[in-house]
Design a protein around this ligand. Structure first.
Ligand code: G4P
Length: 284
């Protein structure tokens, strides 16, 4: 498995984020709730040093609620404010405004002490591609937004979206890049469909998914495809091919078709709410 993110692209995205960092109080980072670590680039911690931080576990409608609750605790224990959202359905989205205020409480109190009134909190949304940044912004802003760009004192070209009298949002999200140093990161991103399928071998991906589901979500495979989960992964894929009548000419089984069906049904949520990453319990 070999992934490349254009270095030029990466440098440009990073520079833009660095420039914008000066303008904001709080960094709102979106991650995919099914793979919260694999869908973030930890370099953002350096980039956003000194800023208030909010992590949104987006697409929480597709993740295992029990595991998502563990992730909430995990990020809180690292000092982040955390919320879970389903931007597609607008769930938890508006409530983030209160969390933003809560996260920036210190700054608001400082402003108050200094007699500074009505200085809005400025926020930036960031995340790797496909985590739902645009969907979240659209859901948050709705139609009632007012753009407040090009006023004196506002950096030229920067557009701020006024969410309410207290919060303004930079209208272009910061783009982070995935961190592919660990092969599993690429695999997880591909499994949820955030990396183009052609890059990875479908059969290999399906076999990896089978192993993971067998271990962490017993009976999902047997219920849906009538397979015997105690069998090895290749045998299970074979049974899925039989169950779904995936055949090549001459009645030979079509493993690739069976793999595609499994991956597609996983991504469409037909296998249920599944998280592919579970936080490691840190020794006390
Ligand atoms: P980006 O800006 O970070 O690149 O992501 P974008 O908003 O384009 O969202 C990527 C895909 O994820 C979209 O699906 C979007 O609908 C979906 N999405 C975003 N947030 C959520 C969420 O909370 N839950 C679920 N289930 N899906 C979410 P798409 O397949 O590209 O388009 P479509 O299916 O909406 O037509």
């Amino acid at each position: 498995m070999d992934f490349q993110w254009y270095p030029g692209h990466m440098t440009k995205a990073k520079r833009m984020m660095q420039e914008n960092m000066k303008l904001i109080d709080i960094m709102i980072e979106l991650v995919d709730a099914r793979i919260p670590l694999s869908s973030r680039n930890p370099d953002v911690d350096q980039l956003a040093a000194g800023k208030y931080r909010l992590i949104l576990l987006n697409k929480s409608d597709m993740a295992d609620e029990r595991v998502t609750a563990q992730w909430e605790e995990y990020f809180k224990s690292k000092g982040f404010f955390v919320a879970k959202t389903n931007s597609k359905a607008g769930k938890g989205v508006k409530a983030t405004q209160n969390i933003i205020m809560e996260a920036c409480k210190e700054k608001l109190e400082r402003d108050k002490k200094r007699g500074i009134k009505n200085r809005p909190i400025r926020a930036m949304i960031a995340g790797i591609p496909n985590v739902g940044k645009s969907t979240f912004i659209n859901s948050l802003v709705g139609r009632a937004c007012t753009k407040t760009g090009n006023k004196p004192g506002v950096t030229k070209g920067k557009q701020w979206i006024k969410l309410n009298k207290n919060i303004e949002l930079l209208d272009t999200p910061g783009i982070l890049w995935p961190k592919f140093e660990d092969q599993m990161v690429g695999l997880r991103l591909a499994l949820i469909g955030s990396i183009r399928d052609e890059i990875l071998n479908q059969d290999e991906m399906a076999l990896e998914l089978i192993c993971y589901l067998k271990e962490h979500y017993p009976s999902i495979l047997s219920d849906r495809y009538d397979v015997e989960e105690s069998e090895d992964k290749v045998k299970i894929l074979e049974s899925i091919a039989i169950n779904r009548n995936c055949k090549l000419k001459g009645d030979e089984l079509d493993y690739t078709k069976a793999s595609k069906i499994l991956l597609e049904e996983f991504r469409n949520g037909k296998l249920g709410k599944i998280s592919l990453e579970i936080p490691e319990v840190e020794e006390a």
